[in-house]
Design a binder for this molecule. Structure first.
Ligand SMILES: *Cc1c(COP(=O)(O)O)cnc(C)c1O
Length: 379
């Protein structure tokens, strides 16, 4: 037998309480018994997003929420800025270009975070820019971008919407939608929210709803205005993903019981223990700046293939982390501490990593990383 552990930056483990809640018989999405379920999800998401805005609930993966955030607020030919510091930044560019937007990319070296001043300089030069797209956590590099700082910049420009992919950041990082001036923020079910894949969440500010009025892009499935009208009646435009929404309520209940500040503290602590443990093992972080609290990206030691580390963790020890993507493939591997994660997830991951590295010929005294993690987690 090989017991499985999921330490990937999505999908993430689902707590037993949430799994059980989703085992109930299906209820009909237009019947009266579903209305309080959606009402509760609606207010729960507003709590989590720290917003008074509508938070739409859409049956799709996170990328569906990203697509809707492009074709509900823009017109072909609109100029926008994309912060591209990894695979998910690149995805913003691809989506925006596929809808005919003119993208000015701010390229950010992988492993680094964007400087808000760089965005400010471009916006000052070109007030025609209609939107700024960024990731909160760039999952491919393990970097958290300074969303608060960027929000302060974009807020000064009345013509510009601030659109944040917080899919892997939500729950792990303090994301203050309203206080930071985020116009559109996207979350996904299979990351910090401890649910199976299948739901996207999108908060929309009044500034963005006004822009929606003049946006003429074709849309049918991801029609945010229709979703908003339905949400007001505790419904969704099409068949609600009833099972996932019931699970969502259970997950939010768990987070509320812990308290938002404690949830963030837990993630910060797990992330710090992971970082310090791998450093104690002589490894380098791939995130040179602003490492995220969701996932730690680690450089493979010289002469050892990052993909081999990832594969051996999974095949020999049942631990599914993540490898590197694109140009980081083979150079790095990643361990997440996101959602339903606690101290022994970190210790398990670090212990297995030591064993795998030793087997691959890396010179390490077993227990070095584990001891460091324990030390931090006991504080
Ligand atoms: C996981 C993830 C997504 C969405 O991926 P889906 O497979 O569409 O759910 C988008 N952005 C970031 C930063 C992510 O980590």
């Amino acid at each position: 037998m090989l017991k499985r552990y999921l330490l990937a930056p999505g999908p993430t483990p689902v707590p037993p309480e949430v799994l059980l809640s989703m085992a109930m018989p299906i209820i009909h999405h237009r019947a009266p018994d579903f209305l309080p379920v959606l009402e509760s999800a609606k207010t729960g998401l507003q709590w989590l997003f720290q917003t008074k805005n509508d938070v739409l609930i859409i049956a799709s993966t996170g990328t569906g929420g990203m697509v809707g955030s492009v074709n509900n607020f823009f017109n072909p030919g609109d100029k926008v800025i994309v912060v591209n510091g990894g695979k998910f930044g690149e995805r913003w560019t691809k989506i925006a270009q596929s809808y005919g937007l003119k993208v000015e990319e701010i390229p950010v070296e992988w492993g680094y975070s964007v400087k808000p001043e760089a965005v400010d300089a471009i916006l000052k030069k070109d007030p025609e820019i209609k939107g700024v797209f960024v990731q909160a956590t760039e999952t491919s590099t393990g970097v958290y971008h300074d969303v608060e700082g960027l929000g302060k910049v974009v807020k000064k420009f009345d013509n510009t919407l601030f659109i944040v992919d917080a899919i892997s950041a939500l729950v792990a990082q303090d994301m203050k939608t309203d206080a930071w001036g985020i116009d559109v923020m996207i979350g996904g079910s299979q990351k910090g929210l401890m649910l199976p894949p299948g739901l996207a969440f999108v908060s929309v500010s009044e500034k963005a709803w006004q822009r929606n009025e003049s946006s003429k892009m074709p849309r049918f499935y991801f029609n945010f205005k229709k979703e908003r009208e339905n949400l007001a009646k505790n419904q969704t435009n099409f068949t609600s993903a009833v099972t996932l929404i019931i699970g969502l309520n259970e997950a939010i209940k768990m987070l509320q019981k812990e308290g938002l500040e404690n949830v963030f503290k837990r993630h910060a602590r797990l992330a710090r223990a992971t970082r310090e443990a791998v450093k104690a093992m002589g490894l380098a972080l791939y995130s040179k700046e602003s490492p995220s609290n969701s996932v730690t990206a680690i450089e493979a030691p010289a002469g050892i293939d990052g993909q081999a580390i990832y594969k051996n963790l999974r095949e020999k020890y049942g631990i599914t982390g993540a490898g590197g993507q694109d140009k980081a493939k083979g150079k790095i591997f990643r361990l997440a501490h996101l959602g339903y994660a606690d101290i022994f997830d970190v210790i398990t991951g670090i212990a297995a990593l030591e064993m795998v590295l030793k087997e691959l010929g890396y010179d390490i005294k077993l227990g070095t990383g584990v001891a460091k993690a324990q030390e931090i987690l006991m504080q």
